[in-house]
Design a protein. Structure first.
Length: 21
């Protein structure tokens, strides 16, 4: 089971990566 907070953390990490580029 994936915690919703963990999912958000992953999504934020991805969006941050896209922002830097």
């Amino acid at each position: 089971v994936i915690d919703s907070a963990e999912r958000v953390d992953v999504l934020v990490d991805k969006s941050e990566t896209l922002r830097s580029q």
